[in-house]
Design a protein around this ligand. Structure first.
Ligand code: FAD
Length: 505
């Protein structure tokens, strides 16, 4: 389906990734009659909208789904296309129903210490995070049986746990995954976030449908103008509330295209510098594992790349997020053609919190367009001296972690090209006051525009080092509460009235 079936809805959500889908689910469940349109510029990949591509059993169909998500331009990691920015060379986007949430790894750690949004009351943030964990089906114990996971965590704990509070100690990584009765794993895409909403007539999902701009009537958002990317036909769709959840680079793009240009729009862009390293467990540990478990290598079985994911949480004293994955193949050839024990090769990824600056930004020049005809993005991005120092500290920390686990497989840790984390944040960030340094309030309402919300990692105002999707879904849960209040407060105002305020395309 491309153009929406109706011309007016209570709620229009632009972007069907985890955060846009969270708004749909919350409003669908808590408002008994709201009509909702969820639109995405990309195609629907699977019959059930938003299914994670890793759950597609046929390898050809899976590869096709990944290609279909890339959109125009050079391919990045499977399911993404590169933005083509010299200053953020690995910056990538997904364009498909489900967004990056159809391709992600699903690591869902809670933010800690300075990663948390200080102006959202702590108990409220915790409740939103708990709801986000439900929406994403987060489970920290899906890979408890992975070979050597306990050993890896025991070694990491010895290094990192002293002095930490219990909830910030080394732990299994919470992952958005469901273990089926037969032991197989199903990865959470946005089908999981949408739940029953995806199959209800009150919710319409329009794929290959590009939002061109948000329509304003004075200081009120009254709908969106959309283009059917198959036929090129354009139409205005009225709404009592609009959520733009079009990722951290395209949410500011759509606001810019709509003439909504607060000073902080596109600024404070931050991605997490990512450092990787690989080690293997010592042979005597592997032999002891065989002796104590009595299990052969075949009985342990092959493991999927996320097996045995462990987490070294961010703290003020260790201001990095450690993601430790056990692999079933070595990323580099092993000396003497050594066979690899599943789980015995350990990949370490240390993510840093960026030194946030208003000068790091995505900006748009009127008159220059991207492949979709929207304002072309240009990134300005650099590492400050503080970033360079943080990166050196992280390299030291990951080297120590590697030495604590086993034998290095690399010469030393490697900093990946900027943008590799795929965790772009800050470009429509929230703030406690409209002082020019934020785009929206703590409920994700765009300052000075009624009826308009923004969603995604772009609303996160802090420099997180941890994978941010759980946090941005939690902030969407918070925003949805305010949006429900808005729908209830404007209940007398029918979508027909909203339609009257919407111009034609
Ligand atoms: P997205 O999921 O990016 O969705 C945005 C959607 O908006 C897209 O579908 C796009 O087509 C649509 N859109 C954009 N512009 C328009 C427009 N004008 N009109 C209509 N539609 C539009 N995060 C984690 O926290 N943990 C992880 O382990 C993790 N691993 C990852 C691994 C991979 C390989 C990838 C690709 C990502 C990973 N991420 C991870 C990042 C995570 O997927 C994103 O943080 C998350 O999907 C962001 O959700 P979102 O709803 O803000 O945006």
């Amino acid at each position: 389906m491309s153009l929406p079936a109706a011309t007016a809805y209570d709620l229009v959500v632009v972007g069907s990734g985890p955060t846009g889908s969270a708004y749909v689910r919350e409003v669908y469940e808590q408002h008994p009659t709201a009509s909702i349109l969820l639109l995405d510029a990309g195609p629907r990949l699977t019959e059930r909208p938003g299914t994670h591509v890793k759950n597609i059993p046929d390898p050809d169909a899976r590869a096709r789904a990944r290609r279909d998500s890339e959109g125009p331009g050079p391919a990045g990691r499977p399911g993404t296309r590169l933005l083509g920015s010299p200053e953020l060379p690995a910056a990538a986007l997904s364009t498909n129903v489900g967004g990056m949430g159809a391709h992600w790894t699903g690591a869902c750690p809670r933010p800690g210490d300075g990663e948390r949004v200080g102006f959202v009351p702590g108990a409220e943030l915790d409740a939103h995070l708990a709801r986000a964990e439900e929406l994403l089906h987060v489970d920290a114990h899906a890979f408890d049986r992975a070979p050597f996971a306990d050993e890896v965590r025991r070694r990491l704990s010895a290094l990192f746990d002293p002095g930490r509070p219990a909830h910030r100690r080394v732990a299994p990584m919470p992952l958005a995954v469901t273990t089926r009765r037969d032991g197989a794993h199903a990865w959470s895409g946005t089908d999981v976030v949408l739940g029953r909403a995806a199959a209800d007539a009150r919710v319409e999902i329009a794929d290959r449908c590009l939002a061109l701009r948000v329509v304003l009537d004075g200081d009120t958002a009254t709908g969106v103008v959309v283009r059917d990317l198959v036929t090129g036909e354009e139409r205005s769709v009225a709404a009592r509330a609009v959520v733009v959840a079009a990722d951290a680079l395209r949410t500011p793009q759509l606001l810019h295209a709509s003439g909504i240009r607060p000073p902080a729009l596109g600024r404070y862009l931050n991605d997490q510098p990512q450092i990787v390293y690989a080690v293997r467990l010592p042979d005597d540990i592997v032999a002891a594992h065989r002796a104590t478990t009595g299990r052969t290598r075949d009985e342990d079985g092959a493991i999927v790349p996320q097996s045995g994911v462990s987490w070294v949480p961010y703290t003020e004293a260790h201001p990095f997020h450690g993601q430790v994955m056990q692999l079933d193949a070595s990323p580099v050839p092993l000396a003497g053609g050594t066979g690899v024990e599943p789980g015995a090769v350990v990949g370490l990824g240390w993510f840093c919190a960026k030194d946030i600056s208003p000068d790091d930004r995505v900006e748009f020049t009127d008159g220059e367009f991207d492949a979709y005809g929207l304002p072309a993005p240009r990134i300005r991005y650099r590492y400050s001296d503080r970033d360079l120092a943080t990166i050196e500290q992280a390299k030291k920390a990951v080297t120590e972690a590697g030495a604590g686990i086993g034998i290095p497989l690399d010469d030393g840790p490697v900093l990946l090209p900027a943008g590799s984390s795929l965790h772009y944040q800050g470009t429509t960030r929230m703030g406690p006051a409209d002082d020019g340094t934020s785009v929206c309030d703590s409920h994700s309402r765009v300052w000075n525009i009624r009826g308009l919300w923004v969603a995604g990692n772009n609303v996160i105002p802090t420099a997180t080092a941890c994978n941010p999707t759980l946090t941005s879904v939690a902030l969407a849960v918070r925003g949805a509460r305010a949006l429900l209040d808005h729908l209830n407060a404007t209940a007398g105002r029918s979508t027909r009235a909203a339609r009257a305020g919407t111009g034609t395309a």
